[in-house]
Design a protein around this ligand. Structure first.
Ligand code: ADP
Ligand code: MG
Length: 902
């Protein structure tokens, strides 16, 4: 054993760490990373000291380490306690299987990752190998350990490369790829260690939360993730959310068919709800002789029994209520709303064959925005324009929020340092800079600045030409595909052979960029192209100075520049880099300041300048942009958090349902809440008790809960007391009615029914809610002037919308629970599986005469929307996924052949 003090023993690491201090002032003060590293040295010493002993083990004995560790874990040992021996074991397996021995700095990086931090290690330092240490350690628990890469090719490459290490130690490892069938996906996730891309991991999470049966899910718990190229994923891509969307079902035909009914239907328009109430109070049947009642105040339409029969006749179908999936009542309802409440040139305009919404508040047209729930289509049918198919968000999450779901999150990249504050603030992730294994001998030339872009390009081509003549390889970075091609043309004219990479074909480009270090190689690449691929120098190249990197523009963020120049000088190779700029570059134009242009103006044509002052000015400009972008991202997080909380609530509920948790209490609470809300609606505390419409309450009770409830059962002498009592007795009645139904159908069947109804209703309502939230967010954007904090307004309103969604879920679930009867044995059987269909029972299985004026079919199809919210998207129930679309459950089958069957 080595008795030397760790600080002395690893003094090279500390020395190198000191050399890599950045910034003038900080050159004199040890950085936080240095201190962290220093504290880890004793642990590193312990791991190294285990090597002689572990390297003596036979392959079989080495493999036997895994069950030994597992045993220890099951006896309560923590991963921290096992870490030294586990890391030493992985190092030994790597030596034998992949012929690489983890360098000391790689061991340090592995510890940092295990601790749930970000490790910055330069490109080419071997982060792929570093990750094997913590992945193995956490993988021992068998609860999942994910390695996240930026593309499918890298996921597969890393798995194939590192797989032998895990496998020789007896841990299973899998990879998920785009378009992989469910069974394979499940297998990959069931492995101890799983490789895959950020997109796949995120989408699987969403798909799992759309699954309608527990066994369709693939992902399992989110225990530990290491995100490779963590800055790309958590910063550059953080802004774009993952969205699963599907076109709404193509039912335009039905909208047109229903539209034709309108001239034949006779409606009674009621402008004030009171009117309706009085008429009913006076014993008048307001529905007689009418096909529908349209209430302008509440913006609702109710089809009368006569109307229903008429529609059936005109449409030539037996009953519009028979098959709830065909949704006739819904189409009719929207058609009638379109005609009665939406006026052209007022609520909307027709332009170029499109129905455009007019914003209620600003009067502005809102192109692209659509009323939800089929209303827009109904209006399109009314106006005789083409019915557009809607693309609807089914599920969405940002990477930010997805990765925050992991119990422990870690990241690695060559460029994290400049964004350390952001990682800390948004993700609570610490960044530790690990020094390179060998001293870095990369040379950075100062920037060259030209007056115009064309002068700049001429200079770049000249430099390429000169170095190319010597045979020295060049990597030229550009910010876009367009610039790539421009530069490529210049080189063609000069007859310089070169490769162009656009980050389109990951595998092919990886193979090309791997050769970018060979003699005479010239490679033009966008930033993302060939990421993750090591550029090994050809023979004799090191003696020529190594790979030279040319940056054709400085990026908004220093980090991206660092990514580019970090591609040279790997593992102690020599290398150099230079950036070219011009006054036409965005960064300089927008952020450079007048001083810079002042200096440049005095320059003669074709002349460049190169001055540390200018490099400094550019760095300041970059910092300014970085700061601004950080602010933007921070605000997005605020917005996103609102939705995130709601998503958590919904997904938690879904999970409980899918996993078969007992829902008795949940359902009971729904019933109580529904009774309460009904009582408050009909026995409205803001209305004098004398005006309470008891008949309406009774009618509602009958319709909703399928039980008989009469005014005689209520004591009218003491209104308040009576309200409380009514609530109580009604709750009891409802509970026992539910119990009775449960007894009739059997507990198991009822429980299946509950689960299926809940899932279906929650999913549809959540979908509509997502749509509303989108609209809200856009609306808030428009209103983001004045003193209002848009985030606060967004929070308040989305909270309100969420409440509405929950109310709607409750109403709808109860509606179904009480009204649905399973008619055939077949249907009962199907409940055991995952697909069910519902049949409405006829309302009121008791003497109808008691219910004066009650209509069998008079109920609105959808729960009533809030009065006065014409602009609020209106919801509908029922599937909206196209039958030929891939099933959202992730099975890979078409919807009609999978969950949409039947
Ligand atoms: P990074 O992801 O940090 O840019 P990679 O994981 O792609 O780096 O590895 C870069 C190169 O370094 C690879 O060619 C790899 O074989 C080599 N390498 C990494 N670690 C070691 C090691 N411990 N011993 C020898 N070679 C190593
Ligand atoms: Mg890498």
């Amino acid at each position: 054993m080595n008795k030397e003090k760790p600080e002395k023993r690893f003094k090279n690491i500390l020395l190198e760490a000191r050399k890599q201090r950045r910034g003038f002032f900080w050159k004199f003060i040890s950085t936080r990373s240095e201190r962290v590293i220093k504290n880890l040295l004793p642990l590193l010493a312990r791991i190294n000291d285990l090597e002689p002993q572990i390297s003596k083990l036979s392959d079989t004995q080495l493999a036997a380490q895994t069950p030994k560790f597992k045993e220890k874990i099951s006896q309560g040992a923590t991963l921290e306690e096992i870490l030294p021996e586990a890391f030493a074991t992985v190092r030994e397996a790597a030596k034998r299987r992949v012929k690489m021995r983890h360098f000391d700095v790689q061991i340090l990086g592995g510890i940092i990752l295990f601790q749930g931090k970000i490790t910055e290690m330069a490109t080419g330092e071997g982060k792929t190998l570093v990750a094997t240490l913590p992945l193995y350690l956490v993988g021992l628990e068998g609860k999942g350990a994910h390695l996240v890469t930026v593309n499918d090719y890298l996921a597969k490459r890393d798995l194939e490369w590192m797989g032998p290490i895990y496998e020789s130690l007896g841990l299973s490892v899998g990879v998920i790829q785009n378009n992989m069938p469910t069974a394979e996906r499940q297998k990959a996730y069931n492995s101890d260690i799983t490789y895959g891309t950020n997109n796949e991991f995120g989408f699987d999470y969403l798909r799992d939360n759309m699954a309608i049966a527990a066994e369709q899910r693939v992902q399992g718990k989110l225990r530990f993730a290491i995100v490779d190229e963590v800055d790309s994923i958590l910063i550059d891509e953080a802004r774009t959310p993952l969205i699963i969307s599907g076109p709404a079902e193509e039912s335009s035909d039905k909208y047109y068919r229903v539209e034709k009914l309108f001239p034949q239907l006779k409606g009674r328009i009621i402008t004030k709800t009171k009117e309706e109430t009085y008429a009913k109070g006076a014993g008048k049947d307001i529905e007689a002789g009418y096909d529908y009642i349209a209430n302008e105040e509440s913006q609702t339409v109710v089809l009368t029994e006569e109307g229903g029969t008429k529609c059936e006749k005109l449409l030539g179908i037996k009953s519009i209520y028979d098959d709830p999936r065909s949704e006739w009542p819904h189409y009719i309802n929207q058609m009638l709303r379109a005609h009665n409440f939406f006026k052209r040139e007022d609520e909307y305009m027709v332009k170029d064959d499109k129905v455009l919404i007019v914003d209620e508040f600003t009067g502005r047209l809102m192109p692209g925005r659509r009323w939800s729930d089929g209303l827009h289509q109904a209006i399109e049918a009314k106006e005789g324009v083409k019915i557009e198919n809607e693309n609807q968000t089914l599920a969405t999450i940002t990477f930010q929020n997805y990765f925050k779901l992991y119990k422990r999150l870690a990241g690695m990249t060559g460029t994290a340092f400049t964004e350390a504050a952001e990682f800390q603030e948004i993700y609570k992730l610490d960044t530790v800079v690990i020094p390179s294994n060998k001293p870095l001998i990369r040379h950075y030339y100062p920037d060259l600045i030209y007056k115009s872009e064309s002068e700049k390009y001429a200079a770049i081509v000249k430099e390429i030409e000169e170095l190319h003549k010597q045979g020295r390889p060049l990597l030229v970075g550009t910010p876009s595909i367009e610039k790539n091609e421009k530069l490529s043309k210049f080189l063609e004219r000069k007859g310089i052979p070169h490769q162009v990479l656009n980050a389109k074909y990951h595998e092919m480009e990886a193979k090309i960029i791997a050769k970018a270090g060979q003699k005479y190689g010239v490679t033009i690449a966008t930033n993302m192209a060939g990421r993750g691929t090591d550029i090994v120098l050809g023979e004799g190249i090191a003696a020529m100075g190594g790979l030279h990197v040319v940056g054709s523009e400085r990026h908004e963020a220093r980090r991206i520049d660092n990514q580019l120049r970090g591609r040279t000088g790997r593992q102690g190779d020599p290398g150099s880099a230079r950036f070219y700029l011009s006054l036409d570059d965005d960064l300089i134009r927008i952020f450079g300041g007048d001083r810079l242009s002042g200096i440049m103006d005095r320059l003669p044509e074709g002349q460049e300048i190169q001055h540390p002052l200018i490099t400094g000015a550019i760095e300041r400009a970059q910092k300014r942009v970085e700061g601004r972008n950080f602010e933007i991202r921070k605000q997005l997080v605020d917005f996103d958090n609102v939705m995130n909380e709601q998503r958590t609530v919904v997904y938690d509920l879904r999970r409980a349902i899918l996993e078969g948790e007992d829902l008795t209490e949940y359902i009971h609470n729904l019933l109580v809440e529904e009774v309460e809300s009904g009582i408050n609606r009909y026995l409205n505390p803001e209305v004098k008790s004398g005006e309470w419409d008891l008949g309406e309450l009774c009618k509602w009770v009958n319709l909703t809960f399928q039980i008989l409830f009469t005014a005689e059962e209520m004591d009218e002498r003491n209104p308040n007391l009576y309200k409380e009592r009514t609530k109580e007795s009604l709750s009891k009645k409802v509970a026992s009615a539910y119990q009775e139904k449960q007894n009739r159908l059997g507990k198991e069947l009822m429980s299946n029914l509950e689960r299926n109804i809940l899932l279906q209703v929650i999913d549809n309502r959540w979908k509509s809610h997502l749509y509303d939230m989108d609209a809200l967010r856009e609306g808030i954007g428009l209103r983001a002037y004045g003193q209002h904090d848009p985030v606060v307004a967004y929070k308040q309103e989305s909270y309100f919308l969420f409440g509405q969604m929950n109310d709607a879920i409750r109403e709808e679930v109860i509606n179904y629970l009480f009204k649905l009867e399973l008619v055939s044995e077949e249907e009962k059987e199907m409940l055991g599986g995952r697909q069910i269909s519902f049949v409405h029972s006829e309302v009121g299985s008791f003497d109808e005469k008691i219910l004066v004026g009650e209509k069998k079919r008079g109920m609105p199809v959808s729960p009533s929307p809030t009065p006065g919210t014409k602009q609020a998207p209106y919801h509908r129930e029922g599937e909206k996924i196209g039958r030929n679309e891939p099933c959202p459950c992730g099975s890979g089958k078409k919807y009609k052949n999978c969950c949409g069957r039947g």
